[in-house]
Design a protein around this ligand. Sequence first.
Ligand SMILES: [Fe+2]
Length: 409
Amino acid sequence: MMRESLDTFISPVQRASIRASIAEARTLPRQAFTSEAFFALEQERIFNTQWLALCFAQQLPQPGCLLPLEFAGIPLLVVHGDDGKLRVFHNIVPYDGCLAVIGTPADVPSDITTPYHGWRYDLRGKLIAIPFWDGNAQGDLAALRGRCGDLVEIPSQTELGILFINLNGKADPFDVAIQPLRHILSDYRTDDLAIGQDEDGQPLIDTSENLATNWKTHYENWAINVLHEGFTHEIYAESPQIPRVNTTGEKTYVEHMDGSLMALSYRERDFAETYELDEVPFTHLGIDPEHLPEHAYIGSLFPNLHFAAFPYFIHFIIALPVSAGQTLTLRAQLYDAASAANPDYLEERLGILADFQQAGQEDGRITEAVQKARRSPAFEQQFYAPFWDRMHYNFSNQVLDVLENTDKE
Ligand SMILES: [Fe+2]
């Protein structure tokens, strides 16, 4: 029966076309990008079952910080505990079914008082008071007769300053899921990074990007579409090094496909004219203090974390799917911690942020245009450029793999 529901959206013929060799293959069908019912299927089979990037840990800098947010419409609450640990809960009170926290509080509270009936929770999600619930001002917890009133916690882990969650608690162990990212960044110092600070010492987290596009269209554009760079982005328009192919038709980049991670890498010195990174004052992120990291990476970790690792900083994008046609992003650059805070480097940090905002707008214009174009009945599926699109092809198959694997459960 579950199988039939996938067939509703991707017919067996279409599925075979996605699985065909890249020269013959077709992309996921347009319904996979436009249908809210398909988005609900993705919620059940992809977002529910994978480790998801949720937010930056620095969004909750101190004990008592509360951050209500949503992932694909599911209300969640991140809490910085009195023990220093970040925890993620379903944002619902078991008794009254209301959000436990509606908006981010202006002050940092010492406990959580819920808005509808005043239930109180400690900063680890444990119910501590139910005033008047049994008619008495003090409210006796025993009146619940063993029913659990605590907030429901979701497994979470923090890595590289990013908070990850697994909604159904059945994903592969986090160490397995994150290993490809750790591996590809193994030439980078990642133990003492911080988000670049603004003039008030606050982390520069860009939450402004609200794209009228599907999360997969965003994914397909960021790292795994290499050919678009010179056509879409101003910084690449004049570069003789873009597109990333030499005069004899060989790629000047390397594709990495390692489980849930896909990335392109290039040697820094081969692209020095394009990126002009030698003028920045930051402490570089090379493991060896004598040498910059030799390679830069632009990549994605399935299903919703994107990154660009450059010698002096790592840019991260957390993509939060909202609906079939809407995706929010959280974006920040992580620097060596001292460089992130140094007021003398503020102008450079703001310049890098602005560069990424411009590139984000250029990509946003395109990914929104793809979303609009997919309303067209003229094509059910697209085809690939075998030279450039192996990672895109791999992504389509990866999405199908997860949808089919969870079908068997
Ligand atoms: Fe782009």
